[in-house]
Design a protein around this ligand. Sequence first.
Ligand code: CP3
Length: 343
Amino acid sequence: MSKIFVDACFRKPTPYTPVWMMRQAGRYLPEYMKVRAQAGNFLNLCHNPELAAEVTIQPLDIVGVDAAILFSDILVIPNEMGMHLEFIKGEGPIFRDPVKTEADIDALLGGKEAADKLTYVYDTIKLLKQKLPEDKALIGFTGAPWTLATYMIEGQGTKTYNICKKMMYSNPELLHKILRKVTDIVKLYMENQIKAGADVVQIFDSWAAAIEPAKYDEFSWKYMVEIAEYLKEKYPHIPVIMFPKGIPAFLDKVYGNFDVFGVDWGTPMALAKEKLGDKYVLQGNMEPCRLYSKEATTKCVEGIQDIMQGEGHIFNLGHGILPDVPVENAIHFVKECQRVSKK
Ligand code: CP3
């Protein structure tokens, strides 16, 4: 049976434009909070394939999206490289032992050794393959090497990225060494997700906007393209989605062999279509805070549909859904996307 989401990634005809939401499995769902409590905490949930599979499926049943995204986190990669990861309530993720020197990066696990430690992710995918309806796609994912490196170097979320940027301009060789090591793991990690059963993969470069446009290719995009092209060569039937957040100034320079470009909410859809719509299917891009108002949601969905006309398009938010969005508004968004695009 063909999956509408995979067909749309390859620009094949579909009965309507499929829709999913970044961070669709998460805290806005009371059902998620219940399972997370059962697991004890967020990381335990990521490490438990049965429970991770359960929360992956929740938004399909509750919100009606057309694809499931694996429940995990981008930071399990540095965690399995040997960095101690904690999630502090109200503060987010923290590594207390950030990478500062060449010796620090050399001391971490790399390549196959690191990728092979992420068995709980592959086990979650295998379970999901048994549980998901045949017509729903399963999206695997990773963080882009740059976005992962920002956490590895800063040790936590940051507003200024000053520690990474100091390295970028004063010791670029060290930053490239970190990016190289992470890229080599991510290639195998994505490959293992595909072998376990992921139908599609997405690379999140959430902190792309921290890099000046003239340096974006050198420190992020080229590594993302290397990963995408490694996968496309071996698994041409698996769509690859690239999501670099906040880089409208780079749209003219986007290149590489992948299938779908994720458009963030700060980039006008019409501009993305003009620059990239012939070459790539576009995913996105409602501003997630519009979900607070059903009227604002409908208006935006209709506007995006007017621009994309159901061709070469996948509906999504322009970044993740926030925890205090009412579930009924998320359901409204999904229904509206399916309604306006029905052929
Ligand atoms: O999209 C999905 O539903 C799949 C699951 C998913 C999570 N994180 C679950 C999660 C995905 C795809 C991610 C990716 C991720 N993680 C990114 C890139 C995507 C993006 O949103 O830009 C980043 C930068 C991270 C790192 C991370 N993980 C942060 C900064 C935080 C704290 C955020 C916060 O709002 O507290 C997390 C934790 C996290 N990852 C949660 C979830 C559901 C919340 C944990 C909880 O239940 O308390």
